[in-house]
Design a protein around this ligand. Structure first.
Ligand code: GLA
Length: 480
């Protein structure tokens, strides 16, 4: 089992069998490289020393070899290792903190100009659906996915707007067929993928699949790099409506080359397929991915805990200008209902993802949801904020430490507002029409998107907000 950390453009791949990339994963591999370099250097020094001993052996009997000579050689090797490590660490820090990767990145972004625009007319609002990874990781079967699809309908999620059922990593066999085509794991998906897609379509839903723009998927199954045409054709033939393309085992091949390669192949099939890039935000994908894809991951993998949600949220600040109809920042799939966070935290997570115009891809076991989980995931007032046709991503307008205010301008002139309390105690929060950027009006209609009650206010928007929670409103200028 190897991993793939040595790439000339410092593109990092997750290790084989990894269960997801690190949250907050940074392109900071120097530590690994440092260790690797020092190890290589130490080995080299040892070889040099051994070589010396060998040469000495050639000219004189080993027994006669003077001990001080060996000690001398080791001492020099040791000193060399130390000096090189210091030099290398300094060098790596410099390397990672700018020039080379930036130049490379500029070239890559310029290269994006020669890539055709995706323009598949899809994802005019952020995609909504379900993905197998957060709840099941690699433990997926055709039977389970069918049950989930049925639950998507019977739970009311389909009616609330969820449409894609996406199978993530580990759906495939460990090898391609004799024609080089991907095939499903015969034990876990005995009917194959086409039959599964047909079934999902028969429920009025759409079907999504996972691959990697590398030689292997993160869990070690065959990857799509250098097989883009064949794989895109296979997906189209199976009736795939959505492709999530990961970043593992990328062999250091340029990111635009890899992702645009699949984009072209998808376009060539003529089938409308939502294209979701999962590059973990390493190479500022918002700079180049809007042209190539419908959505792009902006961070490492989400986890079912508050810190993870907050860390991802912070990483979204400033990215709102890159999103719009047909192309979305993707702060990763939802953890709502997976059992570790409190319902207050899940409500906040869901509200904030709607504020970010994020894809709402549920990641829980839809077959066994509590009523509260279902109520959170199907809250139509909050979903309407996410799915607003203007497609303007919300942004943070205030950060007072433990209290933040986020605002999203809506197509009808209203504004969605979140009062977020990241602290450990319930707190009273306030904002007003001017702060959220609304024109002066005689009064405002304020709807609480969690209690679903509206009231008229002359200016202030205020609420008690629980620890790790939000109050979420939509505010309209009141004409009367
Ligand atoms: C990566 C992705 C995850 C998931 C796993 C599957 O970590 O970021 O979302 O797809 O791979 O192995």
């Amino acid at each position: 089992m190897t991993n793939n950390f040595d790439t000339h453009e410092h593109d990092y791949s997750a290790p084989l069998g990894a269960t997801g990339c690190n949250p907050g994963f940074q392109p900071g591999g120097p530590k690994r490289n440092e260790i690797r370099f020092v190890t290589i250097f130490a080995l080299k020094a040892k070889i040099v020393t051994k070589h010396k001993i060998k040469n000495i052996n050639k000219t004189q009997n080993y027994k006669q070899m003077k001990k001080p000579n060996v000690a001398f050689a080791y001492k020099w090797a040791g000193l060399l290792i130390l000096a090189s490590s210091i030099l290398f660490i300094g060098g790596m820090n410099k390397l990672m903190s700018q020039p080379v990767s930036l130049t490379h990145q500029k070239n890559q972004v310029a290269m994006a100009d020669s890539v055709p625009d995706l323009q598949n007319g899809l994802a005019k609002t952020p995609p909504m659906g379900w993905n197998s990874w957060n709840a099941f990781h690699t433990h997926i079967t055709g039977k389970k996915i069918r049950e989930i699809a049925r639950a998507m309908v019977s739970s009311g999620m389909k009616a609330a707007g969820y449409k894609y059922i996406i199978i993530d990593d580990a759906w495939m066999d460990t090898t391609r067929d004799s024609h080089g085509r991907l095939r499903a794991d015969p034990k876990r998906f005995p009917d194959g993928i086409k039959a599964l897609a047909n079934y999902i379509h028969s429920l009025g839903l759409k079907f999504g699949i996972y691959e990697s723009a590398g030689t292997k998927t993160c869990a070690g199954y065959p990857g799509s790099l250098y097989h883009e045409k064949t794989d895109a054709e296979t997906f189209a033939k199976w009736g795939v409506d959505y492709l999530k393309l990961d970043n593992c085992y990328n062999q250091g091949v340029g990111y635009i080359k890899r992702y645009a390669g699949m984009e072209r192949a998808l376009l060539a099939t003529g089938r409308p397929i939502v294209f979701s890039i999962c590059e973990w935000g390493i190479k500022d994908p918002y700079q180049w991915a809007p042209k190539i894809s419908n959505l792009w991951r902006t961070t490492g993998d989400i986890q079912d805990n508050w810190n993870s949600v907050m860390m991802i949220l912070t990483q979204q600040v400033g990215l709102n200008k890159y999103a719009g109809p047909g192309h979305w920042n993707d702060p990763d799939m939802l953890e709502v209902g997976n059992g570790v966070m409190t319902n207050t935290e899940y409500k906040a997570h869901f509200s904030l993802w709607a504020m970010l115009a994020a894809p709402l891809i549920a990641g829980n076991d839809l077959r066994h949801m509590t009523d509260t989980t279902r109520e959170i995931l199907t809250n139509r007032d909050v979903i309407a904020v996410d799915q607003d046709p203007a497609g303007i991503e919300g942004h943070r307008i205030a950060d007072y430490g433990n209290e933040q205010i986020w605002v999203k301008p809506m197509a009808d002139g209203s504004r969605a507002v979140i009062l977020l309390n990241t602290g450990s105690k319930t707190t009273f929060m306030t904002t007003n029409a001017e702060q959220i950027g609304m024109k002066k009006a005689h009064s405002y209609r304020v709807r609480n998107l969690w209690t679903h009650r509206s009231h008229i206010s002359d200016d202030l928007i205020r609420s008690w907000v629980p620890s790790h929670g939000v109050a979420m409103f939509r505010v309209w200028p009141n004409k009367h």
